[in-house]
Write a protein that binds this ligand. Structure first.
Ligand SMILES: Nc1c(NC[C@H](O)[C@H](O)[C@H](O)CO)[nH]c(=O)[nH]c1=O
Ligand SMILES: CC(=O)[C@@H](O)COP(=O)(O)O
Length: 163
């Protein structure tokens, strides 16, 4: 279902686990900081709203979305007390194929880190054609992908704890 058919922040119809027992990292790319800052705020606020203690939210910046993978790997290697890692970024199509390489690298990279560590690593990266599409998905008319990423982290942390 395309994002324009589903608001990224609409979770009123789902059961969202309480996060009181979870420790969750949020890694945020500094590229397109206006957008990623809004994603971060959405994710942080959503985690707190659903019971995660502020001291259990570990927030780390990285230069760009390409670095999200290595950041998740380093965090999960050095801090095995984490229940999930949320990766937030915004990649906007430019004039070259660089967009394609970054998007593919991050999507595949965070997947591989998640599988390697058997820990949820959430792909909260906007990959848009232009800045307006990003604005619309970072607290605009289509909601906030940071909210979606936080809810996904809570659900997957609960999934892992239930097995
Ligand atoms: N163009 C965007 C980038 N590019 C930077 C890369 O992510 C990376 O930091 C660089 O290639 C050095 O390894 N990053 C974004 O997050 N968004 C972009 O639109
Ligand atoms: C996604 C990017 O790296 C891109 O925004 C950089 O722009 P360009 O492809 O024009 O170099």
């Amino acid at each position: 279902m395309a994002t324009h058919l589903k608001n990224l922040s609409d979770f009123s119809h789902t059961t969202i686990p309480n996060g009181a027992d979870y420790k969750i990292a949020i890694v945020v790319a500094e590229w397109n900081a206006k957008i990623t800052g809004a994603l971060y705020q959405g994710a942080f606020d959503t985690l707190i709203k659903h019971g995660v203690k502020e001291e259990n939210v570990i927030s780390m910046p990285v230069p760009g979305s390409f670095e999200l993978t290595s950041a998740a790997e380093i965090l999960l290697t050095k801090n095995n007390g984490l229940d999930a890692v949320i990766c937030l970024g915004c990649v906007i199509q430019g004039d070259t194929k660089h967009f394609d390489f970054i998007c593919d690298a991050v999507a595949n990279g965070v997947t591989n880190v998640s599988i390697k560590h058997s820990k949820p690593v959430i792909f909260g990266v906007l990959t848009t054609n232009d800045e307006q599409q990003a604005i619309d998905r970072a607290g605009g008319k289509h909601g906030n992908k940071g909210d979606e990423a936080a809810i996904t982290a809570l659900k997957m942390a609960h999934f892992s704890a239930s097995i």
